[in-house]
Design a binder for this molecule. Sequence first.
Ligand SMILES: Cc1ncc(COP(=O)(O)O)c(C=O)c1O
Length: 456
Amino acid sequence: MKVVEEEQLITVMDGPWSPTSLIREIVESGTQEDPFYIMDMGEVVARYQRWKELMPRVEPFYAVKCNDDKLLVSTLAALGTGFDCASKAEIELVTSIGVAPERIIFANPAKMASHIRYASAVGVDVMTFDSETELVKIKQYMPHAQLVIRIRCDAAAAQCPLGIKFGCDPVTEAPRLLKYAAVLGLEVIGVSFHVGSGASETEVYARAIGLSRALFAVGHNVGHKAMRLLDIGGGFPGGTHTSIKEVAEVINAALEDQFPERAVRVIAEPGRYFAAAAYTLATMVHAKREITSNDPDAETHTMYFINDGVYGSFNCVLYDHQSVVAEPLSAGGRVGACSVWGPTCDGLDCVLPAARLPALAAGDWLVFRDMGAYTLPVASPFNGFPVPTVRPVVDTRLACMLKELRPLSASQFASSRAQPPAAGGAGGAPPASAPPAPPPAAPPALPPVFVECALK
Ligand SMILES: Cc1ncc(COP(=O)(O)O)c(C=O)c1O
């Protein structure tokens, strides 16, 4: 996991912009050779607002594993989300920016002893379990933990199924585990599930909420008198053209039906939902090879080599089963059959085995949208090719609001009049020659969500 130590400067755009227009300005400077991301903070804020509108009862606890970019984590902390951490390092990252331990759930059902001891030391009390062994370990290292049983309830289809690894059977195993926890004198306060990441079924949440309700009753009967937390996990879509409206309707109806009492707190652990669409990746074609067939009628196939691959951002193709879409930054020549390869000297390093793109030349750029989920935290500089830098961008109106919300601070925002974020350098700091920042415009009236956040 990479924690960016230096402060990431956020470029404040005065006037209309889009990730593509910024990428164009940056690459037209002619000095940019390495891949980079444009991170749109406004997208994160819009998604938070949409979540609050559609599922007001469900508190999002962002799953840090999805993208541990410190600025994304800080933005979500500023908005008031909680966090799902899976390890000591993730807890360290989140608490290092000032998030209180009560806003963290340690949502890894198979934890290392030293990580449990660390959680105990810093006051992260809520944690999941799905086995007897874990209960024994927690009894030994953190007997005062507030436990949440993780059950299995899989979506009919998911990009990354999780039930194969985590979650006890809600009917045959969970009642026994709840009883065992009571015998050990441990406190179980709730039930959690994860239907699978990138789930393509919505009704599964209703099934899982129903199973959870039944286990609240079992828990109460075996001695867990304060069952009060339901954690509906992740699985929400995150791409630009996706919506959580349908899944929110299913969840709201199931909660009303099964948990009408407001005494039960409901949280979720969205990762992809907040991270995916906020990050747009720009990559450059640095080499190409034409493959001609012996068949004179067959189309020529072009192999394009770009400066990021499956050992970098496109690990998501292998591990997260993502289908990525390449968009040429500039209109190219005739469309033809091609493949897109990463920069390493490894035959596995193939980003797109079969695509159709306009003819490109070395030095042309390809843009990939929706690249914020399960990309950066796993990327490595294998073979000497750097992991892309992130250039965070926000418009003036939002910047005025965000810089007031801790852990963000005014010093992180660098004004740029129609200036793209600087080429080169981590975090996209503007060049030293950038014009001095104009005095900030009077902030517009804060919408209620920001007032609510600012008061936290
Ligand atoms: C325990 C847990 N919670 C939340 C998430 C985030 O899931 P998603 O990105 O599908 O929202 C994951 C991802 O695998 C996870 O393992």
